[in-house]
Design a protein around this ligand. Structure first.
Ligand SMILES: *Cc1c(COP(=O)(O)O)cnc(C)c1O
Length: 226
């Protein structure tokens, strides 16, 4: 366990200095950027060393998996913030509102309605990001670029706390133009936060304005097979 903590601390330190470098290139501070450790598919045993090393913000992409892992870990360690970074089905909205501290995948009016209803019922407002299908990919989640302003307006209307925009650029090719486009959309809508950048491209994302990066592999190593 001690070796595992030392290793986790080393990975955290490496990411943190890379964040710092990228931030400073554009006149920002690494400390102003939030690192979300994406722990999907990782067992509690793999997550614990990272918590022991000081990480407190984690991301999961499935409600059920998060429900199975996190209540116990949260019982052991105070001050954990849990973000949902994966697709959300409307029928899981209530469970997501109960479990997560932020939702990065609000991408359609039906989900917005389900979340608003769940938040009202729970008496708990969970901050959200609108996920934009920035590469207009057929198979991918996210709101179409053209539909995003209307979804933002609807979220504001429904009193859903809206932090910013989120995207996952196409796996192939250069991500920078997509990050730049998302940043411009957020600016035009007066939204402050940008959830963008993963293990392979978080430095580019930071240079283009990311406020929240979602890093899995670079912190945990390769994910175990399903
Ligand atoms: C898995 C995942 C990540 C982390 O990806 P890595 O390449 O392992 O850093 C980030 N965002 C989302 C939405 C994911 O599903």
């Amino acid at each position: 366990m001690t070796t595992a903590i030392t290793e986790a601390a080393g990975r955290l330190a490496a990411i943190s200095s890379a964040m710092d470098r990228a931030a400073r290139l554009t006149g920002r501070k690494g400390g102003d950027i939030s690192l979300i450790a994406v722990s999907k598919m990782q067992e509690a045993e793999a997550i614990r060393p990272l918590i022991e090393a000081g990480q407190r913000v984690f991301g999961e992409n499935r409600v059920q998996e998060a429900q199975a892992k996190w209540p116990a870990l949260r019982g052991e360690y105070p001050g954990i913030a849990l973000h949902l970074v994966g697709q959300l089905q409307s029928n899981k909205a209530a469970e997501a509102v109960a479990l997560f501290d932020a939702i990065h995948s609000l991408d359609r009016p039906s989900l917005l309605a389900a979340l608003a209803k769940a938040m009202d019922a729970a008496g708990r407002r969970v901050p959200c990001y609108i996920q934009v299908n920035i590469g207009a990919e057929e198979q991918k989640g996210g709101c179409a670029i053209a539909d995003t302003p209307a979804l933002i307006a609807a979220a504001r209307q429904a009193d859903i706390p809206l932090l910013g925009l989120m995207c996952v650029p196409p796996a192939q090719g250069e991500p920078a133009p997509y990050f730049a486009l998302l940043a411009r959309m957020a600016r035009e809508e007066g939204l402050e936060r940008l959830s963008m950048g993963m293990s392979g491209d978080f430095e580019t994302a930071i240079m283009l304005g990311a406020t929240d990066i979602r890093v899995g592999t670079a912190l945990f190593g390769e994910r175990p097979a399903a």
